[in-house]
Design a protein around this ligand. Structure first.
Ligand code: AMP
Length: 188
């Protein structure tokens, strides 16, 4: 099972990715978490990524692709993955879906966790800590999602690979809805 979770900050994509990873026994690959690990180890990639992440901007796509490529390829050959946060733009989606490694590598289903902007802002502010999570940064991250990631949803929709799920529901209900949708779409 090769699934991508798409959702704005605060949509619960990390939580759902972890639950699906456990359910299917495939790795949860979170681009944000891998970037944060690079940042805390102060690797060259981490140092470059920090300024973007701290502002709530997207890190250059090539860097994310380079960091994740091997891990995603390996997972794809070993039974699948739950991708969380990558791909996040049309260009990144093209890299994954039109990759020379072909259809054994590509995302089968892109699950979109749909939550209203009001609810997202409420959730993000309630867990905000310190300057990085200030209202301005939160609003900027939501704007970046609308500008760069919303168009990617259309890319998956045109390919018949998009599954929208109401993610304003409680965590367990969201997982149940995702599993139900996946069961109708995939024999594996
Ligand atoms: P996340 O934990 O998925 O919200 O990611 C945290 C931050 O990491 C984002 O706000 C971006 O700055 C950066 N990031 C994560 N994934 C990507 C990606 N696929 N492309 C560019 N930047 C990313």
């Amino acid at each position: 099972m090769r699934v991508l979770l798409v959702g704005a900050p605060g949509s619960g994509k990390g939580t759902q990715a972890a639950r699906l990873s456990e359910h299917f026994g495939v790795p949860h690959i979170s681009s944000g978490q891998i970037l944060r690990e690079h940042m805390s180890r102060e690797t060259p990639e981490g140092k470059e990524a920090a300024e973007y992440v701290d502002r709530g901007d997207l890190v250059p796509g090539e860097m994310v692709q380079e960091i994740l490529h091997e891990q995603v390829c390996r997972a794809a050959t070993e039974g699948g993955y739950i991708l969380d946060g990558f791909p996040r733009t049309i260009r990144q989606a093209e890299f994954v879906q039109l990759h020379p490694a072909g259809s054994d590598f590509a995302v089968q289903v892109a699950v979109f966790l749909s939550v209203s902007n009001e609810e997202l802002t409420r959730r993000l502010l309630s867990r905000a800590r310190g300057v990085d999570d200030s209202r301005a940064v939160i609003e900027h991250r939501l704007q970046v999602f609308d500008e760069h990631t919303t168009p990617m949803l259309e890319f998956f929709e045109r390919r018949g690979e998009l599954v929208p799920v109401d993610a304003a529901q409680p965590v367990e209900s969201v997982t149940a809805s995702i599993l139900q949708q996946l069961a109708t779409r995939s024999p594996s």
